[in-house]
Design a protein. Sequence first.
Length: 344
Amino acid sequence: MTELVEKLYNTGDLSDSELKALIETDDSSAAELLRRYADETRQKSYGKKVFLRGLIEVSSYCRNDCLYCGIRRSNKEADRYRLSREEIMSCCENGYGLGFRTFVMQGGEDSFFTDDFMCSVISEIKEKYPDCAVTLSLGERSYDSYKRMKEAGADRYLLRHEAASEELYSKLHPAEMSLAHRKECLFQLRELGYQVGAGFMVGAPHQTTDHIIADLRFLQELRPQMIGIGPFVPHHNTPFAEESGGTLTLTLRLLGILRLMFPKVLLPATTALGTIAPNGRELGLKTGCNVVMPNLSPVKVRKKYDLYDNKICTGEEAAECRGCLQRRIESAGYEVSAERGDCI
């Protein structure tokens, strides 16, 4: 298997059959070589820098009914909230003081957050903090909506495609949602000049290796600046409550593969990775990741943004969360960067 890792390192691609073999192998020497090459590749472009993104979870209301998600509209037990404009700006003020130079506004697809509301908030953030990037993760919206928010100053947009296979996508989402529309949104965001992030769950119910290969091929077509993957973690109030979660081993292997296929991409060590293993994010950093996203949301709402069970960092103040992450990053042998952290 090590020869496949060598080939991926040297060429940046493999055939479908070779990818399948590498994804499914339990060869420990291949896994270690993949980790080493992934780390070396990220350091060629980014050195030991790890970029922090201040995450502001703006709303737990969502019009969608994705089968895996704890804030799906059918979950009548979900504790819903929305942050006010003042609360969002307070999070930014706090985050700026802690050294964050990217703010990520993330939430369910909530019609309260109209274009007028979002554009005015984005404009105010850019006016007060001109050296900062604004990232949005608000789901599927119209082309005009994306355009207006870009013109207001938004820099990046995260929209995980979740599954590039039509067959798998339909098993994870309600009938009214379509993979074709999700992909159309991603290409619109690219066209409008956003730095675009896509990605998928690892170990989602019904997922096969062939589905994962379809994800990798779609990412090659899209060429995003950011790729977010994390293990599927079940939520007790969803149809997938009894399903097995994604594994640390497979997630790390795919992070390594992604780093070699996309050498300059921004690759987060996700909260979900830290949720399934105490040292998950550190292991992610050692396998090619170069972004972490500490939580800037008010502590009173963190438990309410309940996408999956046992999510970490729900009770910490932003400063504690940042300090804890900085220590973890440094203990793994990397350094926190105070830059905006754009894709090279």
